[in-house]
Design a protein around this ligand. Structure first.
Ligand code: GLN
Ligand code: ZN
Length: 769
């Protein structure tokens, strides 16, 4: 291989693209189908049209090989479960009766059958459905979806590369099926799974695939020798197949570490590596193994997870160092563009100058194409792009938005004591008990109540100026009244105002903080048909005025019971936003924490005795590699404490987390020094309560007894059983009763029924104490 020939062959590609369409057509079609308003055929037609539009756009922009099979009605890991035939026993009947309805049943559950568990896809905000496997799992190949989508792209005359979740990652993401021993290791199924992948590869080859991409992001995590050995065997066996396309094994989200030599030596034709800052170690590691002689290297130099314009010169320099390390070098985003919004161009509310700092999927595609061209033809071929890029980077670096002297001075003056409550937990707990006078097993909810159609209409009316602010606020107040009176009637102990005024728990605050940008169309898939519009942390953060005090005070004026103030914590404000890449994350977190601290203090001053600061994202932002975690947890927990430590000892600070396994961050949860924590636990049968107990967690906790991700209403008996299980781990004096998470995605009828059952269950169990 010569550097020159490798450069000359450079092409642009991507691993995946936003699925939803420019106006979230996919969401509308799927939800319409669920409601019976859209037929299965119409849904399929919409999906096919969206795929075609994406491919044409990518190819038109200069992407050489378009990805296929990355599209999904709900989740690509669930699609993989279908592809390998690993359907949970409880869903088999439904899938056999109707594949599409059965698919959605696995994703969302039905009144009778629980869905698959859902969890975060690595450290992103995308959720996948966890495969459930056991010693009796039988895999069977079903390549229909992959083959069909490949054929669609080929029919357009495009070069296409199917993208599959790799077998090692698939097994590493799986968990033991219900009823299977908890220590069952899904990786023991590898020998059964590989023949199924072999069959799919053969089918794809027969359908015309030249290359197939196998995604193995699980290999960027710390892996045991046995797991690395599984990767070795996998790619030795798949590589040895004769009836197969060329294989590109893709990694992203971090450095490959010990897995790099394994994959470099494997008999596959290509490797895709992340070369963004977080994974920069891949560069030296690749050189250290002697590169990839004879292979194709796909270089992820454009960050697929942030929304900032790429530094094209820096990327070209990186690409330059890769020349000579592989036979052919292609340019890509570091990961699927699924994690960024589709297109920045339609944004109208962002100043044109600032809009130029941003790159969404379409703009990133342009950057990738420009870089490939620069690599193949020399920088002279892209002088215009380079000059514009330099100007955009300079405009951002020199902007007063990114440098507010007052914010910087305050953050620099923070001391260790600022991030500590004035009294230790035990003393505070006594003061709070006296102050609040709550019963044993106090009941509460996590904050939001159903976001009704009327509320969304009211917000749309306000935006379109069909109603004025006063009119909008009347509607919000009416909603708060209803939420308060429902909670009083139902007998909940610590009330919430219901978050009717909030479009989203991060965006709501972002809109009020200086330094944040909001988008109008920047939707990103969170799970299934749930899309979020992450705001953009673009500059230094400050709070011009109180953000929530009015609504909380209004709600409190309606009841004698305590109403929780409700805020989103600093770590989550970062995790569910697009963050700055021009300063350490800890610096940004501290700025946000100081703004929130002022809000917490203002709530207390206005009469709140309980304030909840949600940190559902604490676990998901945990770095993938253990070596990187202590530094993250240090700034993350400090930021939380900084935001909550300004209050009196008898003011009770709650926090809330969801979606994840907490076993490895119990110490960090402890370090938050919150008085009460509510956690998601219903689907895992209170696992988290046992984890807290095993750690000796000394504070109050509310492991959820109502799974709010499913429309299913748990019975009072079921909730009572969960509570009794919870009591085995957390003593009654410290156990709270609450749902898993906020209720905003649920409807009123199910919410009413579930909360009534929750209170009834609490009464039953209290009587047993
Ligand atoms: N307070 C928020 C709510 O109830 C918390 C949501 C979350 O944890 N994701 O909606
Ligand atoms: Zn939650």
């Amino acid at each position: 291989m010569t550097a020159k020939s490798a450069a000359a062959a450079a092409r642009a590609t991507v691993y995946g693209y936003p699925r939803q369409g420019p106006n979230r057509e996919l969401k509308k079609a799927i939800e319409g189908y669920w409601k019976g308003r859209v037929t299965a055929d119409a849904l399929r037609a919409t999906a096919a049209e969206l795929r075609r539009t994406n491919w044409r756009q990518l190819a038109g922009a200069g992407i050489h090989e378009v990805p296929t099979g990355d599209f999904s009605y709900y989740d690509h890991v669930l699609d993989t479960t279908v592809m390998v035939g690993a359907l949970p026993a409880r869903h088999r009947g439904a899938v056999e009766t109707d594949a599409l309805d059965g698919y959605f049943a696995m994703a969302r559950g039905t009144q009778d059958v629980a869905p698959l568990e859902m969890t975060k896809w690595f450290d992103t905000n995308y959720h996948y459905l966890v495969p459930e496997l056991g010693p009796d799992t039988v895999f069977t190949a079903d390549s229909a979806k992959q083959v069909a989508e490949l054929k669609e792209a080929l029919a357009l005359g495009l070069a296409a590369r199917p993208v599959l979740v790799g077998p090692v990652t698939y097994l590493l993401l799986a968990k033991p099926a219900p009823g299977v021993a908890a220590d069952f290791d899904p990786l023991t199924l590898l020998d059964r799974l590989l023949p199924v992948y072999a069959e799919v590869l053969a089918d794809l080859r027969a359908a015309g695939a030249q290359w197939v991409q196998l995604d193995e992001p699980a290999l960027v995590q710390d892996r045991t020798p046995a797991e690395l050995n599984a990767a070795t065997r996998t790619y030795r066996d798949l590589g040895a197949l004769t009836d197969r396309p060329k294989l590109l094994v893709a990694s992203y989200f971090d450095r490959l570490g010990d897995a790099l030599p394994v994959l470099a030596k494997a008999p596959v034709e290509g490797l895709a590596l992340d070369f963004t800052e977080a994974a920069a170690a891949n560069l030296d590691a690749l050189a250290a193994v002697g590169g990839l002689p004879g292979k194709r290297l796909v270089a992820g130099v454009v960050n697929g997870r942030n929304i900032w314009v790429n530094d094209l010169s820096a990327s070209l320099a990186t690409l330059g160092t890769l020349l000579g390390l592989a036979d052919r070098i292609d340019v890509a985003a570091s990961c699927s563009l699924l994690h960024v919004p589709l297109d920045a161009a339609p944004e109208r509310d962002i100043e044109p100058q600032i809009l130029r700092w941003l790159a969404f999927a379409r703009q990133k595609t342009g950057e990738i194409v420009a870089l490939a061209k620069g690599l193949a033809q020399g920088t002279d071929a892209i002088t215009g792009e380079l000059a514009a890029n330099r100007a955009d980077l300079a405009s951002r670096a020199g902007s007063p938005i990114t440098h507010d002297p007052a914010v910087r001075a305050r953050a620099a003056a923070v001391t260790e004591a600022d991030a500590r409550r004035s009294q230790p937990y035990a003393e505070r707990a006594a003061a709070q008990r006296a102050h609040l006078g709550l019963p044993l097993l106090p009941t509460t909810t996590i904050g939001s109540f159903p976001q009704t159609g009327e509320l969304r209409t009211a917000r749309a009316d306000l935006r379109a100026r069909r109603i004025d602010t006063a009119g909008y606020e009347e509607r919000v107040k009416a909603e708060i009244q209803e939420v308060i009176s429902f909670q009083e009637k139902t007998g909940l102990d610590v009330l919430v105002h219901g978050e009717a005024e909030r479009n989203d728990m991060v965006q709501y605050f972002a809109e009020q903080l200086t330094g944040y940008l909001a988008t109008q169309h920047g939707w990103v898939q969170s799970y299934g048909t749930r899309y979020v519009r992450p705001p953009i942390l673009a500059g230094d953060i400050s709070r011009p005025e109180p953000m929530t005090v009015r609504w909380t005070t209004y709600a409190q004026s309606l009841t004698a019971r305590p109403v929780k103030g409700m805020l989103t914590g600093p770590v989550t404000m970062l995790a569910w936003s697009f963050v700055r890449d021009d300063q350490p994350l800890g610096d940004t977190a501290r700025q946000v924490a100081l703004a929130l601290r002022d809000e917490v203090d203002d709530l207390e001053r206005a009469g709140s005795s309980v304030v909840q600061v949600d940190e559902p994202a604490l676990r998901e932002t945990l770095p993938l590699r253990a070596a990187d975690r202590p530094a993250y947890l240090a700034w993350a927990t400090e930021a939380f404490r900084l935001s909550t430590s300004g209050v009196r000892p008898d003011t009770q600070i709650h926090t809330h987390m969801c979606y994840a396994e907490f076993g490895d961050i119990v110490q960090a949860i402890d370090d938050l020094d919150a008085d009460v924590i509510s956690l998601e636990a219903a689907r895992s049968h209170m696992q988290v309560a046992r984890e807290l107990a095993a750690h000796g967690y000394p504070r109050e906790a509310g492991p959820g007894v109502y799974d709010i991700h499913s429309p299913r209403v748990p019975s009072a008996e079921e909730a009572a059983d969960l509570l009794r299980t919870g009591l085995k781990a957390v003593p009654a004096e410290r156990l709270w009763v609450n749902p898993d998470c906020g209720l905003k995605t649920r409807g009123w009828p199910e919410t009413r029924a579930a909360l009534e059952n929750l209170v009834a269950a609490t009464r039953t169990v209290r009587a047993e104490l």
